[in-house]
Structures are given as structure tokens and as C-alpha cells.
Design a protein around this ligand. Structure first.
Ligand code: ATP
Length: 327
């Protein structure tokens, strides 16, 4: 593993990627079988963000993470992690990165604590003198202090996932990379992991997490990138991505038929009536005029407003397809 790489000189990134914790340019992976898993990816993960890497199953998330962690070579393009090229500088970079990829590898017959002691002992950059202390602190951090002496095989899936996170936290990290950290967990386990991720991010650690769950990204992440079929669809602040999709106008009324007629007359598109609600694409004009038109037509309005667009609306608007994935 030569470093610095001859093809990728050591220099700070340019422009908006200057403070990026992860920056890829044209990153591409074609597997030997010919499958193009990642296609020309330009990803910019700002420092301090909780960055959601979102896409349906098979969209290339794990392949990207494996390239970022130096586990597989890209076919073409470049990737920088913490300002250094990977895979060429992976050995220098990775000690500053905590990773939880494809579930933690645990020894079921060892206790949670002993698993972490063993894991830390295998890390040549870890100081053996502080090992016990660091293991205890990591267990405390993920809420496993009380269960530390239990054999790992007796842990629930959520506890195993938390132990994996504890392993990623044995040393101070500038970046945490978590591949589908809530996959397979029940709703309570999901909530616990999400709360933990928020807490980890609150001390300034950048967190990069992949997920196929839109609402998870909306709940936890400040920024997101959306993948579909190996290509980047969009990236940016979650609030901006959702704002890019226009919310729907919602009128609640007992007079739905008349309301629908007035809304169409006023230029609203895609008018849909469901029970006592009429929803529509808002027309490009002052909504106060629309409300006045409804009232003038004697429509009894119980509620009138624009529903906030979700990331799902944004995805559908961007790709023209539903975010339909197997849970
Ligand atoms: N080792 C491999 N050899 C050949 N093709 C692969 C390999 N790994 C993944 N692929 C293919 O590459 C594409 C992207 O897979 P990848 O696992 O990166 O997607 P993903 O978004 O992480 O999905 P998932 O959440 O299901 O893991 C898929 O079509 C997959 O079948």
C-alpha cells in the first residue's frame, strides 16, 4: 500500500469539497461479472454532518462504502476520506474512522466486554495500557455497561448492534461509517440506535450512515445523498432536498365535490378527493385568493394549508418512481 499514491497527489480538495470528510469524484465500480454497481459517483460529505446515504436495495451503497473503507478497489475515479486518498492512504486514515459494516463480527461465547477487549487487542494502533478504561467507556456510551458480563450470544440483535457501535468507539474517531445500522431491528431497537447516532453526532463526529428507509434519514440526518441503480440522484441538506419537492395543498371540507371544482377552476393540478379531504398541486398564485374563491363558492372550509413535502416526495419527483423497496 504505497502512499502517497502516484496517481492521486496529496493536496487539499478544491472548492466546496475543501472541508469534506468524504469526497469522491467519478467513483465507479464494475464487478468482474460485468455488473456496474457504482457509476461516476461525486459525493461530498461535509464535516460535522449526519449524512444519510439512501437508496433501495442494490443501488450501490455497500459497494461505495467498501471502496471508501479501502476494502475493494474502484474501477475508476477517486475517493478521499479525511482529506487523504483511499485506498492508497487507507492505513493512515482508517484508525480515525469507526466502521460498522455488514453487522459486527462477535464471538458468542465471550462476554460483550471480552469481545471488545479482544477486538481492541487486534488493533495495532490501540494502547494496551488504556484498554480496560476505553472498553468500559465505550460500553457505557452505548448503554451496555450493565450487560457487559453477559455472553454475546445472549444479546438481542439490538444489543449486538450496540456492541458493534461500541467497537467503533474504542478510540476517538473523526468519522463513523455505519452500513444499515438499524437493519433487522424491531422498532424499539431502531429508536435506540437512532438516538445513539444523534448523540454521537452531537459531539462533532461526522456520521455517514446508509439506509433504505426514507423516514429514518429524515429523522436522523442533516444531509443526504440519494442513489438509484448505482447513480447519484441528488445530495444536499435534508431540508433543502425536501423543499425541492412542492408540498400538496390540502382542503378539509364536507363539500368536497364543489371544492374540487373550484380548485380546478383556480388552476390547481392533480386534484384528488378522499373522504373529507381534497388535495392538489398548488397553483402558482397567492393561496389566499384560492381560499377566498372557495368561500365565495360557499364551500365550508374546515382546514386549508400546504402539507410539508417529505424526502419521499422529493425522491418521487426526482426519479419519477416510488421508493418501493423490500423492508
Ligand atoms: N461481489 C459482487 N459481485 C458482483 N456483483 C455484486 C457484488 N456485490 C454487489 N453486487 C451487485 O452490485 C449492485 C449494487 O450492490 P450493493 O450491495 O452495493 O447495493 P446496496 O445499495 O448496498 O444494496 P443492499 O442494501 O441490498 O446491500 C447490485 O446489483 C449487486 O447485485
Amino acid at each position: 500500500m504505497a502512499e502517497p499514491s502516484a496517481t492521486e497527489p496529496e493536496r487539499p480538495d478544491q472548492g466546496s469539497a475543501e472541508h469534506a470528510v468524504i469526497a469522491t469524484r467519478g467513483l465507479t465500480k464494475r464487478y468482474r461479472g460485468g455488473q456496474l454497481a457504482v457509476d461516476g459517483l461525486d459525493l461530498t460529505v461535509p464535516a460535522g454532518s449526519v449524512f444519510g446515504f439512501l437508496g433501495p436495495n442494490g443501488s450501490g451503497k455497500t459497494t461505495t462504502i467498501r471502496m471508501l473503507m479501502g476494502l475493494i478497489e474502484p474501477t475508476s475515479g477517486t475517493a478521499r476520506v479525511l482529506g487523504r486518498p483511499v485506498p492508497s492512504a487507507a492505513r493512515a486514515v482508517l484508525p480515525q474512522v469507526g466502521a460498522l459494516i455488514e453487522g459486527p463480527a462477535l464471538y458468542g461465547f465471550l462476554s460483550g466486554r471480552d469481545n471488545l477487549l479482544r477486538y481492541d487487542a487486534a488493533d495495532p494502533t490501540a494502547d494496551p495500557r488504556t484498554r480496560r478504561e476505553r472498553v468500559a467507556a465505550a460500553l457505557e456510551r452505548v448503554g451496555l455497561a450493565a450487560a457487559a458480563g453477559k455472553k454475546a450470544k445472549a444479546y438481542s440483535l439490538g444489543m449486538k448492534q450496540r456492541l458493534g457501535l461500541a467497537a467503533a468507539l474504542l478510540q476517538p474517531r473523526r468519522l463513523l461509517v455505519l452500513d444499515e445500522p438499524t437493519n433487522g431491528l424491531d422498532p424499539q431497537g431502531m429508536r435506540e440506535i437512532r438516538a445513539l447516532v444523534r448523540e454521537l453526532a452531537s459531539d462533532g463526529t461526522t456520521v455517514f450512515l446508509s439506509s433504505h428507509l426514507l423516514d429514518e434519514i429524515e429523522q436522523v440526518c442533516t444531509h443526504a445523498a440519494v442513489m438509484a441503480r448505482g447513480r447519484l440522484i441528488t445530495q444536499g441538506a435534508v431540508a433543502d432536498l425536501a423543499a425541492g419537492a412542492r408540498g400538496r395543498l390540502v382542503v378539509t371540507t364536507p363539500d368536497t365535490g364543489e371544492a374540487a371544482r373550484v380548485l380546478k377552476e383556480q388552476g390547481a393540478g392533480d386534484v384528488v378527493v378522499a373522504e373529507d379531504r381534497v388535495t392538489a398541486e398548488p397553483p402558482d398564485r397567492d393561496l389566499a385568493d384560492l381560499n377566498a374563491a372557495l368561500v365565495a363558492a360557499h364551500v365550508r372550509v374546515r382546514g386549508f394549508g400546504v402539507e410539508r413535502a417529505s424526502l419521499e416526495d422529493a425522491f418521487v419527483a426526482l426519479t419519477g418512481e416510488g421508493f418501493d423497496v423490500a423492508g
